[in-house]
Write a protein that binds this ligand. Structure first.
Ligand SMILES: [Zn+2]
Length: 273
């Protein structure tokens, strides 16, 4: 939930650009992989930056979000290029009163026809989170960090308890920033209704979720960059785990008692360790 003064459109575009650029820096967004969206519920003037208006049907009815604005990366666009030219790479969608359709505002210079093919998951998770928390701002990132995605191919990491006790043992920051741990969704087809349903459910109880053999989705009700941080914390944990596997698992990691002591000191509620 954000307090006034609310970020302006240009501020939001800049933060999406910085987050996208950093995701590429940490090798979580090769080629045109990954997508970013934010939902905000205060009025924004869209036409100056995005003068082309098209009517669109939403992938899901969201009646309670009538009047809300989404900023969404375009299909096939590179997250690392948003920072250079945000209006070519991002669309704004203003939800109509019926909650079934919207107006898509874009630039004359837009380099895409549609928003990301994962918009169904983005919209559904924004909707679910906003209905449950009442927040006026929500950001979602899908990225493809290599080490997390690689570990999701190894069967024993496909169980959440094993995954989390092994990944959250390498640095004190990990449990502090991801106290609910990392969620896990078995392989689902990209853009599918099954992946959307998995995201809604897992992101109710986690801030970041692994899509097996594909990537991750992270959320924040504070900023796009906070959502990107969550991708990075989870990926850094996976890098340590991968490193440990490579050297024959000689690292001991933080003990259960050490993790619990960190949680007491920093007032972290968790039930993983
Ligand atoms: Zn993907």
């Amino acid at each position: 939930m954000l307090q006034e003064p609310y970020p302006e459109l240009d501020d939001l575009l800049e933060m999406m650009g910085e987050a996208g650029y950093h995701l590429a820096e940490i090798e979580a967004s090769e080629g045109a992989a990954g997508n970013i969206s934010v939902c905000l519920r205060w009025p924004l003037e869209l036409r100056t930056r995005f003068p082309v208006v098209n009517d669109i049907e939403l992938p899901k009815a969201v009646p309670e979000l009538a009047g809300a604005t989404f900023l969404v990366s375009g299909s096939g666009r590179r997250l690392r290029e948003i920072i250079d030219d945000p209006t070519s790479n991002i669309a704004c969608i203003l939800i109509n009163e019926d909650g079934l359709t919207g107006k898509m505002y874009t630039s004359y210079h837009r380099r895409f026809d549609n928003v990301t093919s994962e918009f169904n998951s983005h919209l559904a998770v924004h909707y679910d989170q906003i209905l449950s928390s009442g927040t006026n701002f929500h950001a979602i990132i899908h990225a493809q960090p290599m080490h997390l995605t690689y570990l999701s191919h190894i069967p024993r990491y496909q169980a959440e308890q094993y995954l989390n006790t092994h990944l959250l043992r390498w640095q004190p920051e990990t449990i502090i920033n991801l106290p609910e741990g990392i969620g896990f969704i078995p392989f689902r087809l990209p853009g599918s209704a099954e992946l959307m349903a998995g995201n809604i459910e897992s992101l109710r109880t986690h801030r970041v979720v692994i899509w097996a053999k594909h990537g991750v989705m992270a959320r924040s009700d504070v900023s796009v960059k906070r959502a990107a941080d969550r991708v990075e914390y989870a990926e850094t944990a996976a890098k340590y785990e991968y490193l440990n596997l490579c050297v024959g698992e000689v690292g001991e990691g933080l003990s259960v008692d050490e993790v619990r002591a960190i949680c007491v000191k920093f007032n972290v509620q968790q039930n993983i360790f």
